[in-house]
Write a protein that binds this ligand. Structure first.
Ligand SMILES: Cc1ncc(C[n+]2csc(CCOP(=O)(O)OP(=O)(O)O)c2C)c(N)n1
Length: 292
């Protein structure tokens, strides 16, 4: 996640206000009584990153209208964990997007509630061991639920959102280009970034970027842009590697039996099918009509 932040900040530049809902990218970066940001930053609750960002954006609009803020409109960026995005922070994010605030909402996805000691979140993969989903006699695979589809949650319900993209730390130029592009839209945008977490996933930290690369090569993660109803996939492997090529490096999956890995493979195979279907699609997917 730290590398995600570094790349986002590099792409966004100085005229940026970061909103940091509670999570590692608040606590770990701000401990104690100092922060590493060279631009503005404010703490938000894990529940309300989207609402705090809405307030900041609205305040700047008013200041600009009254002639009290001169110069360009600042970038307003929420850096939220997966918990702060699609679980406990979902309501505020959705409200912000529905009201059409010019805010880039970023989910750095380390696939758990990490800061509190690695507990399951809605993006934690099936079969992952966390302190809330320990494998045992009753539940040998640890976590039984499959994850929420994060980009679809945003795309499916927010007519004002015209740009959603996914990326990883292993693709730094792709990541920075997507940040710049998202910031160029006049309304809300969303980026979903895979952020491998050595501590939470139990792998050697030297392999952080390798894990993100393998996630794409196995189909555990896909790289795409969704713009005004059209999907454009990048880095689609000609031949996907088996999911175990990714899972075998991570202690969080070490307890899984072959049948569990087969279940994961089947889940990923289904998702890959939709990737292939989406690649050439040019027709917009239906979105709800804007209310009066
Ligand atoms: C309302 C509320 N509930 C619970 C917490 C405790 N808490 C602090 S950080 C955190 C985990 C955040 O997880 P995530 O958003 O995924 O970010 P990460 O720590 O993984 O970066 C939780 C649950 C809190 N700060 N506020």
């Amino acid at each position: 996640p730290a590398l995600n932040y570094r790349l986002v900040a590099k792409a966004a530049g100085q005229d940026t206000i970061f909103i940091g809902p509670t999570g590692c990218m608040y606590v770990a970066n701000a401990s104690y009584l100092c922060t590493p940001y060279s631009c503005s930053w404010i703490h938000a609750q894990i529940t309300n990153g989207g609402a705090v960002a809405s307030g900041i954006e609205a305040a700047f609009k008013v200041l600009a209208r009254k002639g009290k803020h001169k110069g360009p409109f600042p970038n307003v960026i929420v850096m939220a964990g997966d918990g702060g995005t699609v679980d406990i922070g979902l309501q505020a994010m959705s409200g912000m997007m529905y009201r059409n605030h010019k805010v880039l909402f970023i989910c750095y996805d380390n696939e758990s509630y990490a800061n509190t000691g690695v507990q399951t979140s809605p993006t934690t993969p099936y079969g992952a061991a966390t302190t809330f989903t320990p494998p045992g006699k009753e539940i040998p695979e640890g976590k039984v639920l499959f994850p929420k589809d994060v980009p679809q949650l945003v795309i499916g319900g927010h007519p004002a959102v015209k740009y959603v993209a996914t990326t990883t730390v292993a693709h730094p130029l792709d990541l920075m280009n997507k940040v710049r592009k998202a910031l160029s839209f006049p309304g809300p945008t969303f980026l979903h970034m895979l952020a491998p977490c050595p501590k939470g996933w139990l792998f050697d930290e030297k392999l952080s970027r390798e894990m993100a690369r393998l996630a794409v090569e196995t189909g555990m993660w896909s790289q795409f842009e969704w713009e005004n109803g059209t999907y454009k996939y990048t880095n689609v492997p000609k031949k996907y590697k088996p999911v175990n090529e990714y899972m075998k490096h991570q202690g969080r999956f070490a307890h899984l039996k072959p049948e569990h890995i087969a279940k994961m493979q089947a889940f990923v195979d289904e998702r890959i099918k939709t990737v292939k279907e989406r690649v050439p699609v040019a027709a917009p997917i239906p979105t709800p009509k804007q209310r009066a």
